[in-house]
Design a protein around this ligand. Sequence first.
Ligand SMILES: [Fe+2]
Length: 246
Amino acid sequence: MENIYSIISNLPFPDEITKFWKKHSLCIQKQKFPKQNIITRDWISTNSLIPYLEIDLRLPINKIRTEILNVLDFYENSSTHRGEEMHNGWWSLCLHGLSTNKTRSPRHYGYKSDSETPYKWTELSDLCPITTNAIKNSFKVEFFHRIRLMVLEPGGYILPHTDTQKSFLPKSVNIAITNPKGAYFLLKDKGIIPFEEGKAFKFDISIEHSVINISEERRVHLMVHYDNPKPEWDSFIVNSYKKNMK
Ligand SMILES: [Fe+2]
């Protein structure tokens, strides 16, 4: 892995980004997968304390990428994500949510929790039937919460932040629809998540993280939040963990 800090130190990023990447991008570690007699999805999520887990989703990524990249041009930067937090070039759209452009958490729109929010498939999902069907077919879960396209423009960055306090792997998956060379996702003290186009990861969002895109292309990821996984999904997560242990 190249020394990313030496590349970004010459680019016009804010100090917060350069300091974080200087301190943490050099400590890339090989991930350890603890052994356990009986491995369950709950144990993986709450007790294994792994920072991230690649899961074995097999989506028709070429068709999905073509469909999504075509549709993004209609929406061009329409929903800046967390605009008040000074990230740069980060915007998103909901395939499933309150509406295509209501991309924030439920509390932002006056709802107390995901379970009481009237989520639905949005207008955007009608324009993305291949992606929508692929998600419906591969996630064996009872409920979807927000499902969002997360776009990071060339030169964009997401400042270091945490999303929860408790350490666990939440009921969400981040799928790289595109991951151009020069797009990096860094977890504090854990290193860079080895995203490539089509790869899907769950990760611990209590660990400080930051994303940069120093490529010339958009980085587009899909974030799927869900609840009430079915036994099939539990087995799928366990099998993904076991595959990583090998
Ligand atoms: Fe985050």
